[in-house]
Design a protein around this ligand. Sequence first.
Ligand code: ADP
Length: 299
Amino acid sequence: MIANKELAFQRNEKADRAAELIIANKELIIANKELIIANKAQGEFLVNISHELKTPLNVIFATAQLFSMYCNSGSLDENKDSIIKYINSIKQNSYRLSKLINNIVDTSKIEAGFFEMNLSNKNIVEVIEKIVMSVVDFTQSKGLNIIFDTDKEEKIIACDPENIERIILNLISNAIKFSNEGNEIFVDVKDKNEFVEISVKDNGIGIEEKNLDMIFDRFKQVDKSLSRKTEGAGVGLSLVKSIVELHGGTIYAESEFGKGSKFTVKIPSGKVLNQNISYSGNVRSENENVKVELSDIYS
Ligand code: ADP
């Protein structure tokens, strides 16, 4: 009798173990699938990133070859006009490389928890207005109109102006990239008491609803073909989102395909007691920041 019970007990235990094994196996299959997806995303990222790194490098290299050709044939002087154009192209492509490398390095720093934020109490309205003013000429040269609006002249909040500039320039850069000549870009600042709402709205090509969720994912681009019209490695928005979150804020996108997109950033209205005045070692001038951040828009 006792032996029978023992046998039944052992059988039950075996059945339980088998069930556990089946569950564990299913979990392994899911984890494996996730790994395959992550690997695929990383593979796609590598293809994109090497294309993005190689394009400006090739331009710089080809230009250097032209220079040596002019030097060897003694025709530097007679080609002065083209040389000025080539120098500009070298600068433009160096800015592009710089932006990409900055974005990759900062994404890694954020992941590793080493990213430095220099928070200070600043008039956010003025910070945003200045950023918009700094791109008016560039935007106009692309046949686009940029309009700044606010419901308040002054709102002092804790923020890192250098990183706020990156957020807004990135959003404006995308708005320019995905707009057509004659379109308009609206940058609005609204005081919502507990937080400040900053929006960048365009009436460009828009984003399909099915893609709206994934645009903040790292390395994700809606159009992955190498022949697509615009450049970019798909790190911009994921970095923007991380920097917004480091401010304690949120970001979301709304869009109607073919009609335009609107990106809204909400930053809490807190203040800091000890203003961090440490420098990030970034010696770029204001004007240079614009050149770097807007560098992947073709002229
Ligand atoms: P990228 O380096 O490709 O610009 P981002 O992370 O900045 O990467 O943007 C991811 C994708 O989101 C873009 O490739 C584009 O498809 C889409 N996107 C971003 N902003 C806009 C916009 N204003 N209008 C239309 N599509 C946009």
